[in-house]
Design a protein around this ligand. Structure first.
Ligand code: KIV
Ligand code: ZN
Length: 532
């Protein structure tokens, strides 16, 4: 247990903490798609969501539990719950159909959080922990407890909180650096102190959960593992609240490349890393920075003459890992215009996807269209088709047709046909440029007052016929939303991206309304006082 074996559990929280990234949110079908890919990546635990946040979150967790939680050799499916009866019972209900269900309950232990947010005294927090973990254990065998803001907590009190959770039956104890305040030596020191001094600590799994406010989340996570933690909580591409969470791919590859140093291992199939990264980027709209370690576009690019010369002589002069290890294929050609359904299906299976006959039919018809526009199709192109397949089911606005005219002599004009709540609408409008004409027309048709914050375009593969991928960020009265769209025609990609951002904004508005009504602990505080 704590510190004694060499196996590190990877607890992925992309669908929960990652989804809390400003601007990112996923719809149910996208969450399922991500969970399937996380299972292919072979993570140990999927934190599928926070079921009490909204009926949609509850449904997403339940579906992931029922489907991905029942694969052969399934991951643990975990649901987050504050330390209240209502949250815990909802979490239990949401994961009940998984083979390996887990409830993750948390409460803050730092003075600032206890005084100012919870308005609870330390003794009341301890009672709440005992009650919450006991209730969670009555519902599932696998219970994780987190002491929120652990690194700004008094360590003697933190140890009492952890001890209370262990005595009430917690099987994993998570020590989160909620505000990204810790530094590596302090992390080691705290983990060693807790593991060495708390009775029973050696029989449970200690976990770390580091945020990246000071850019130290991966270093802090590795320090926790060196000090005996055997679960690490992380997200793909490091997405998450504010500056994000520790990046899964960086932790996994650090442990792999520096195995002689750490002497630790994970079950991750590293060849799935790049594909997972791309999927997360396209469903959340959060672009991966080009110089991002492991999955950035430039992570394996060598620019300077000296480096290129060295590489030609021997790869290991400048490469500590090869791109193929993390699934970077460098544009592998897959299929062409004349490939049929079976060839497509076989290729998708080889890529790890299994589609229902109806899904295959839809993807095949899009594949044919794309093959008409593009000479060569790469795995990256197929990934885009699959992402689109998973993302349109719950959209309020869907692009049906687009015609744009412009040039040096005529003003840019866009004619847009879109489906709004199932009914087709058509409108034409002018703009300062073709994209502006599209966006002004779509704004009128959807009645949005959202402001365009940024617009960028990049090619997915090489060549002038490559799919162009457009990313936009919009601001709807303080709510940020991101959307991506891909097409061989960048004007169509621009329209798709804008509509994706508007659809995401619609969902965020609904969710924000619900979340504001659950952000306080007051009602639960009353409940605890009455019953204790
Ligand atoms: O950062 C944090 O403290 C969390 C907890 C809910 C574990 O995300
Ligand atoms: Zn967090």
């Amino acid at each position: 247990m704590a510190g004694e074996n060499s196996m590190v559990k990877i607890f992925d929280t992309t669908l929960r903490d990652g989804e809390q990234s400003p601007g990112a949110s996923m719809q149910r079908e996208e969450k399922l798609q991500v969970a399937r890919q996380l299972a292919r990546l072979n993570v140990d635990v999927i934190e599928a969501g926070f079921p009490v946040a909204s009926p949609d979150d509850f449904e997403a967790v339940s579906q992931i539990a029922a489907e991905v939680g029942n694969l052969s050799d399934p991951p643990v499916i975990c649901a987050l719950a504050r330390a209240t009866d209502k949250d815990i019972l909802e979490a239990a209900r949401s994961v009940k159909n998984a083979c390996l269900p887990r409830i993750h309950t948390f409460i803050a232990t730092s003075p600032v959080h206890m005084d100012k947010k919870l308005r609870m005294g330390p003794e009341e927090v301890l009672l709440t922990i005992d009650r919450a973990v006991t209730l969670a254990r009555k519902n599932v065998r696998d219970v994780e407890f987190s002491a929120e803001d652990a690194f700004r907590s008094d360590r003697t009190f933190l140890a009492r909180a952890v001890r209370t959770a262990i005595e009430a039956g917690a099987t994993t104890i998570n020590i989160p650096d909620t505000v990204g305040y810790a530094v590596p030596d302090a992390v080691k020191d705290l983990f060693r102190f807790l593991i060495d001094t708390i009775p029973g600590a050696k029989n449970i799994v200690f976990s770390c959960h580091c945020h990246d406010d000071l850019g130290l989340s991966v270093a802090n996570s590795l320090a926790a593992l060196e000090a005996g933690a055997r679960q690490v909580e992380c997200t793909v591409n490091g997405i998450g609240e504010r500056a994000g969470n520790a990046a899964l791919e960086e932790i996994v590859m650090a442990l792999r490349v520096r195995k002689p140093w750490f002497n630790l291992e994970t079950r991750i199939r590293s060849e799935e890393i790049f594909r997972t990264s791309r999927l997360i980027s396209s469903v959340t709209g959060m672009i991966v920075q080009p110089n991002k370690a492991i999955v950035g576009e430039n992570a394996f690019a060598h620019e300077s003459g000296i480096h290129q010369d060295g590489l030609l002589k021997a790869k290991d002069t400048y490469e500590i890992l090869v791109p193929e290890q993390v699934g970077v294929l460098g544009g592998r050609l897959v299929l062409g215009k004349h490939s049929g359904r079976h060839a497509l299906n076989d290729r998708l299976k080889a890529m790890g996807y299994s589609l229902s006959p109806e899904e295959l039919e839809r993807v095949f018809s899009r594949f044919k269209k794309l093959a008409d526009q593009k000479k060569e199709l790469y795995e990256e192109d197929l990934e885009v088709l699959l992402t689109e397949e998973g993302s349109q089911s719950q959209d309020r606005f869907v692009l049906k047709r687009l015609h744009v005219s412009g040039g040096t002599e005529i003003p840019p004009t866009a004619t847009v046909v879109l489906e709004r709540d199932g009914v087709e609408h058509r409108m034409a409008g002018l703009g300062d440029g073709p994209v502006d004409a599209i966006y002004r027309t779509v704004s009128k048709m959807t009645g949005t007052d959202a402001r365009l914050v940024s617009y960028s375009v990049k090619a997915i593969t090489g060549g002038t016929d490559a799919l162009g991928e457009v990313t936009v960020r919009i601001d709807g009265n303080g709510l940020l939303s991101i959307g991506q769209g891909a097409d061989t025609d960048i004007l169509v990609a621009s329209a798709k991206a804008y509509l994706a951002a508007l659809n995401r904004l619609e969902r965020k508005k609904t969710k924000a309304g619900r979340l504001s009504s659950i952000s306080s602990f007051d009602s639960e505080k009353t409940e605890i006082q009455e019953t204790s």
